[in-house]
Design a protein around this ligand. Sequence first.
Ligand code: 9MR
Length: 372
Amino acid sequence: MKRSVFLLAAVMATIGVFSQKATTMREAFADKFLIGTALNTRQVVSRDKALQALIKDNFSAVVAENCMKAEVLQPQEGVFNFKDGDRLCDLAEKNGQVVTGHCLIWHSQAPRWFFTDKDGKTVSREVLVQRMKDHIYKVVRHYKGRVKGWDVVNEAIEGNGDFRKSRFYKIIGPDFIRLAFQFAHEADPEAELYYNDYGMDSPGKREGVVRLIKDLKAHGCRIDAVGMQSHVGFNTPLDEYEKSMDTFIAAGVKVMVTELDLSVLPWPKGNYGAAVETNFEYQKKIDPYKDGLPKAKAKEADDFYIKLFDIYLRHSKDLTRVTFWGVTDGDSWKNGFPVRGRTDYPLAFDRKMKPKGFVKTIVEMAQSDKYN
Ligand code: 9MR
């Protein structure tokens, strides 16, 4: 009798009944960091069961690709449109996923009215500070308890470390950043607050961001994490990228990878405005994988992603989230930027919703003793 129980247990263990091996990113990274995706509204409301299962099974966190930006949330002064953001939160709550708010203050996709009065003249510092405050208060309070943390300010620093000369900067001065963090904290003292930017592998940007972290902390502002967007390419220097991650952590914040994607396409040089439409040869050269990604390129992308996740897993004590900027390749903004109408392959799932080769590898890596 005992022998047959033992045999049964051995058989069950062999077929995996007792084994705890995770098969999805969500399970595999559960005790490491949140693993997220950006969702557009079409995906949020989609009735495609396979897509909904993919979103739920693979990701523990979501962020709105566009519908929580100021232009959408407050298209006219005092007129708020929370519908799509609310739907994203509904889905996340149904799926047990953490929501990040993206983003409160950004020079791009800020509504025009923010900066001008009724006669079209540029507003004063006082007016813009008040508008910023009203926007942040209203939005952060609306999502209180539903959004874990906010990208408070997005992309305010140039590659050389200087402040971007945005309209917020020009009208208010560099303290617009501090004020935004202060207002967000007043509106929801529980919410985590992040500074988010791209091109974080550049030494100049790294130094500028560290100066900003120190300034915010010196003024008693809450800042929980720096978001490294991570729109990377094969030529992104990973040593510099990792150095930035280490430097931000040493400055006393957590880090998050907030908008991960890997473009496999050549970055066009010069202005392709008209040439793209008119010169077939030229267009072909910068859109080489329209009919599919050659195996060697797919392997190069897999290897690059594996190197990235090696960095992420080695930093999992201080890295709280890794979010892909989209679900499947077909939905990525990269197909339209910096040239419209190309075919890129930047994400974890292909156009048929199949996981890329690297996904299996990083799921295994997450569970290996190497990163414990
Ligand atoms: O992916 C977003 C795309 O659909 C929008 O058209 C674009 C508008 O500027 O914003 C994209 O998302 C950006 C994000 O909000 C901030 N970092 C850069 C992202 C890619 O441009």
